[in-house]
Structures are given as structure tokens and as C-alpha cells.
Design a protein. Structure first.
Length: 422
């Protein structure tokens, strides 16, 4: 189904809350299908935006484009197949997206593709209107692949079910959606044995336009660290000139996140400039600033100087401070001061400032260890079987080792850490 029109379809002004879109959403909700609106798909250095996408595990992928033509615009109009000499911005581009998705499946999963079909939503054209159009419309745009302004949820359901037959066994939802959309997918790691599709709250954070000052809060195991990394990659794909910093409490945490970053880029087959994402400890951030201000002086690890507070060093376009509740409060104040004109997101356990824009991840995907439960409740801390020196700066170590410690028979464990700034 390839077609071209001289009418320009401006995607910025399409309404995914129009009547046919709402009817489609009603069908999706009733059948508990995966549904995404205005979602981007990235492959290498290219990008496409899908107006609406529905995934039915027992049928396949439905790709929707949408046009807001009025019937008076189409009087005596004709359509013809897309050819290379005709401008792509004037075309309904479901065929282009179809090919884009097939290529993505082929390179990520090494399969020829998935069951998928293209459908166009007419926001303002009724079935009767369409019947009155030139025969070229009917030749290139079969009605079974069109949703009209006056279609009911029942009519939409019949069209979708007739286009793709019912499968005897379901398609692998997580594998297919994760291969198409890296920003919907948490890769397997030491906490997750399989791919994990994001919750609505996680996806909302990634796809939203962050304000200058925001927080991302959630309990242990809610996916905060994975989500800020996906958000950083997503922002860089949209804005290749951005400089982004992710601050982690320890070098060990930085190393783990750098490895995770490389794994995502390799799996998703996306092209980004790695030097635009910096993963640093607070001490590394301070050291870089200090050495710029005091070029010939030895770096004082003990504190941030007043001059550093008053002189902006390298304001990044976006800074994430992970586990900010574990980091010295003076550094957090310094960070807020540095990012006054840019964007800063503090990652914490609980949002506590009504002046910030708070994003909350309500679901935890792992049970906290006995140590973490004790740490959260001071009354029970004395009963913990784990004792750690200088506990706050090294809480991340416990998060990393938590699962392994469960497997060890022990009465007491002592972890002694020599304090290191780098």
C-alpha cells in the first residue's frame, strides 16, 4: 500500500485524541493490548515517528498514520504511488516506517520481520465522504486498511481482526517491542534475567520534556538508574549537540553504568557520540572545576570552595544525580547552583520538595535485602546482621552485592573500605 498526495500532512497538528483515535483506544483498552502514541523509533543515525502503534501478541503489529484532510480539500483530487522524485514530507509514510521496522528486526534480532500491517486514520473523512472520492483513492487505499471519522469501536475491531489472522501461540511481546524501541526496554543484567518492558511511569519520564529542576523518586529496585541512562541516550538522539552528565556515588557504580551504556548502544544499533555522555563521581566533578579555577594549586578534597560556588564551570545541558540521598548535601547545593540555567534531575527515594517537578516510580521489581530494610528503619538497624563502616557513601556497594550476599551463609559480615576520592 504505497500512495502519494500533494496535500501536506503536518504531523505537529494531528490530534491523537480525535474521535477515531479514541475509538481505537477503546478497542485497545478492552482487549488489553500494547498501545503507544507518537513514539519514536531509532536505528543507526535515522529516526521515524509512529503516530500510533498497537501490538497484539496473538496477531502482530499495527502501524497507524493519520491525516487531517477535509472533504472539500479532496474535491477532484487524485493520488498516485510514491516515487523517489516526489517529496517525502508530502506523503503518507506508513510504507517507509514498515520498511524501517523490518530492517530493525533484521539487524537486531536477525529475523526477516514480524507480522505487521499499515493502517491510515482519516480524522475528518467519513465512509460516505471516501466513497465520493476519485477512483485512484480506492485503488491505492483499500478501505480495509482505513479507519474513518465515523467508525465505531466495533467496526475498528472487525477491521483489525480481519487484516491479521489469529495466531495459535502468542508472539514474544518483550523481545519484539524491546528490539524496536530501546527506550522501552531494560536489558538483562545481574538483577533482571530477561528483557523488561518499561512501566507507564518509567516511559512517561523518558518521553517527557524535563523542566529545569526535577526529581525522579522510587524505592529500591524501581529502575531509577536504568531509566536515567535510557533518558540520557534518548535526549542525545534528539539533541546530538547536548552535553549530559550522570553523577554516580562511586567509581564502581560509574563503571557498571558505562558498561550498561555500551550494551544498550550495541544492542539497539544506534549511533550516538559517546563523548557527549559523561558518567562521573561527585569528586571527579569537583576536581575538574577546581583544577580549572586553581590551575597550579593542589586539589583539596575536603570541601567545595566559595569561589567554586560563585563561578560556573561547565554548565551541561542536562545533569542527572543518581542516589542523591547518599551524596553530601553540600555537593547537591553546589550542583543546583551550577545548573541554574540548565536542567537538573535529582534521583532519590522520596520526593520532598513541592517546588520541583516530581516523577515517581511506584513499583519495585525486587525485594529489599535484610540490610536495606534495617537501614531504612533505624529501630531495626541494630538487629541487622551486616555492619559497614562509613555506611552512606558506600550504600551503592550493598545494592550491587545484595543478591550475592543472600546466597552466603553468614552470621556477620564486615566490609572495610579505604576511603578514595577517585
Amino acid at each position: 500500500m504505497g500512495f502519494f498526495t500533494f496535500f501536506n500532512t503536518d504531523k505537529k497538528h494531528l490530534h491523537t485524541d480525535s474521535k477515531p483515535h479514541l475509538a481505537l483506544q477503546a478497542y485497545v483498552t478492552l482487549n488489553q493490548l500494547s498501545f503507544y502514541k507518537n513514539i519514536r523509533i531509532f536505528h543507526r543515525h535515522e529516526e521515524e515517528t509512529i503516530v500510533s502503534l498497537v501490538f497484539d501478541a496473538y496477531r502482530g503489529l499495527y502501524i497507524f498514520d493519520s491525516v487531517d484532510w477535509e472533504i472539500k480539500q479532496l474535491d477532484k483530487a487524485t493520488v498516485s504511488p510514491v516515487t523517489p522524485d516526489k517529496k517525502a514530507h508530502s506523503a503518507i509514510h506508513v510504507d517507509t516506517i514498515h520498511q524501517f521496522i523490518q530492517q530493525k528486526f533484521n539487524e537486531v534480532l536477525h529475523i526477516e520481520g514480524c507480522r505487521l500491517t499499515n493502517i491510515v486514520i482519516f480524522e475528518n473523512i467519513t465512509k460516505e465522504n471516501f466513497d465520493s472520492l476519485d477512483k485512484s483513492f480506492h485503488t491505492l487505499m483499500p478501505k480495509q486498511h482505513l479507519i474513518f471519522a465515523d467508525d465505531t469501536p466495533k467496526e475498528i475491531a472487525l477491521k483489525l481482526q480481519n487484516i491479521l489472522d489469529l495466531l495459535p501461540i502468542p508472539l514474544p511481546t518483550v523481545t519484539l517491542l524491546g528490539a524496536l524501541f530501546f527506550h522501552l526496554n531494560i536489558l538483562p543484567d545481574n538483577l533482571h534475567k530477561d528483557h523488561v518492558i518499561l512501566t507507564q511511569e518509567q516511559y512517561n519520564f523518558i518521553s517527557s520534556e524535563l523542566p529545569k529542576f526535577s526529581t525522579l523518586s522510587g524505592n529500591y529496585g524501581s529502575g531509577k538508574t536504568s531509566i536515567i541512562l535510557l533518558k540520557a541516550i534518548y535526549e542525545l538522539l534528539l539533541n546530538p549537540e547536548y552535553k549530559i552528565i550522570i553523577i554516580m556515588p562511586t567509581l564502581a557504580a560509574c563503571d557498571l553504568l558505562k558498561k550498561q551504556l555500551l550494551n544498550i548502544i550495541e544492542y539497539a544499533i544506534i549511533d550516538i557520540e559517546l563523548l557527549q555522555i559523561h558518567i562521573l563521581t561527585p569528586q571527579q566533578v569537583i576536581a575538574q572545576h577546581y583544577q580549572k579555577l586553581y590551575k597550579n594549586k593542589a586539589f583539596n578534597f575536603a570541601k567545595i570552595t566559595p569561589k567554586m560556588f560563585s563561578h560556573q564551570y561547565q554548565s551541561s545541558d542536562l545533569v542527572f544525580c543518581d542516589d542523591s540521598y547518599l551524596i553530601d548535601s553540600e555537593f547537591v547545593r553546589y550542583l543546583i547552583k551550577q545548573q541554574t540555567k540548565k536542567r537538573l534531575c535529582l534521583v532519590t527515594l522520596q520526593a520532598d520538595d513541592a517546588k520541583k517537578k516530581n516523577y515517581v516510580l511506584p513499583h519495585s521489581f525486587r525485594s529489599p535485602s535484610a540490610f536495606l530494610q534495617g537501614y531504612a528503619d533505624e529501630k531495626n538497624a541494630k538487629n541487622s546482621h551486616l555492619h559497614i563502616l562509613d555506611e552512606n557513601p558506600f550504600m551503592q556497594i550493598m545494592l550491587i552485592l545484595g543478591e550475592d550476599l543472600k546466597k552466603i551463609e553468614h552470621s556477620k559480615i564486615l566490609i572495610a573500605v579505604i576511603h578514595s576520592q577517585f
